[in-house]
Design a protein around this ligand. Structure first.
Ligand SMILES: [Cu+2]
Length: 133
């Protein structure tokens, strides 16, 4: 994104303003709309944002969804899979492995804003997207 007459302050303001606008739009769109927009992770008692994804029979159960995660939170990305695979969180470039029939948990600090793909690395299969803002 380019902002006319940028200053250092303006360049910092651009993405933040954009993120705020996106968040506002999502709130509006999210009202009364099922199956589209972002989903909210489960928040555990200790404040961890828990995103659960199940991969079975060659597909993500319930479809590939985008989860809205608050910037600065701790996230548990929990992946259950019926195949042995490598789980890759793009952007943060974090990896974990899940064995067939098991569940793997990747915990990370959501300190980088943006939209990040999570995929099964071996097959290049998208699992979910994390929208961190
Ligand atoms: Cu990848």
């Amino acid at each position: 994104m380019r902002i006319r007459g940028t200053t250092t302050g303006g360049r910092l303001m651009g993405p933040r303003l954009a993120a705020t606008l996106v968040a506002m739009v999502l709130v509006v769109v999210g009202c009364g709309t099922a199956g589209t927009g972002t989903a909210a992770p489960v928040v555990t008692a200790d404040g961890v944002q828990r995103v659960e994804v199940t991969f079975a029979g060659g597909a993500v159960t319930g479809g590939v969804r985008r989860y809205a995660v608050p910037l600065g939170s701790t996230v548990d990305l929990v992946v259950a899979s019926d195949v042995a695979e490598q789980v890759h969180l793009h952007g943060y470039d974090r990896m974990t492995y899940v064995t067939a029939g098991a569940t793997a948990t990747l915990r990370f600090a959501a300190d980088l804003p943006g939209v990040f793909d999570v995929e099964l690395e071996g097959s290049g299969t998208p699992l979910t997207q994390l929208q961190i803002a």
